[in-house]
Design a protein around this ligand. Sequence first.
Ligand code: ATP
Ligand code: MG
Length: 242
Amino acid sequence: MHTLTVDNLSLSAGKNKILENISFASSGGEITLVAGKNGSGKSILLKTIKGLCRESSGSISLDSEKLSSKERMRKIALCFQDSMLQTVGRTVKKDIQFGLENLNLRKEEIDRRLETTIKEFSLSPVADKDPVILSGGERKKAAIAAVIAMDEDVILLDEPLGNLDWPSAVTVINTLEMLKKRGKNIIIVSHEAEKLLAITDRCVVLADGKSVYTGSSESAIPYLRANGVFVPDVPFGMLRWN
Ligand SMILES: Nc1ncnc2c1ncn2[C@@H]1O[C@H](COP(=O)(O)OP(=O)(O)OP(=O)(O)O)[C@@H](O)[C@H]1O
Ligand SMILES: [Mg+2]
C-alpha cells in the first residue's frame, strides 16, 4: 500500500499566496478529508497534488519518492468539482471507456471494468445518454464512476457528494469504504463533513490556504466548526450516513 506525502506545499499567483506550507501524509487503506469554507484552497490543493497546477515550493511523494507533475498526472486520479470539465465522450459509457482506453488495457479488461462500474453505480438508465443532458447529480455520479473505474492507487475526489440525492450519496460512500478496504489511498474534498467523517481516518482543515488542523477526524470537529464547516451537534459515533 502506498503513502502519499504532501510536504510544505506552497503555491503563489503573483503576490497572492494561495497555498502556504501544507503538509500531511495519507496512507493506502485510508481516507483523508480536506475541509474548509469556500475559497479556502481545497480545489487548488487537489489540482496541485494531481500536477495540474504548479507548486511554488514543497513536494509530493509516493512512498518517499518525489514525483514530478508529469508523474503525478499519470499516477493520481482526480475527479473534478465541476463534472462538466470531465465530460469528453458523447455518452456516459463512452466517457468511462475513454478513460480506460487511455490506460492501454486489453479490450476484455475494458469491457469487464465498464460492465462492473455501470452496475456498481446503477448507471444503466443513463449509460447511453449524453452527459451534457444529465442532471448535475447524475453527471457527478457518472464522473466519479469513470475515475474509480481507472483503479489508480491514489484517488482525489473534489466534492463527490455535491448535487447527489441520498441513494446516490450512499452508493458513493459505500464505494469509498470498499475502496479503502482494497487499500486505495483516497483524499476527499468536501464541505459536507457530517456525511463523511465516519469513514474518514484523517482530517485536514484549511483556512485561507493554510492548514489549521491535521489529525484524527474525531478531534477535528471543533476546528471544522471554527472554520465555517457545519457539523451537527450529535455524538461522533452517530454521524454515520450510509
Ligand atoms: N489557477 C488559479 N490562479 C490563481 N488563483 C486561483 C486559481 N485557482 C484558484 N485560485 C484562488 O485560490 C483560492 C482558493 O480557491 P479554491 O477553488 O481552491 O477554493 P475552494 O476551497 O475549493 O472553494 P469552494 O468551496 O468554493 O469550492 C481562491 O481565492 C481562488 O480565487
Ligand atoms: Mg472547490
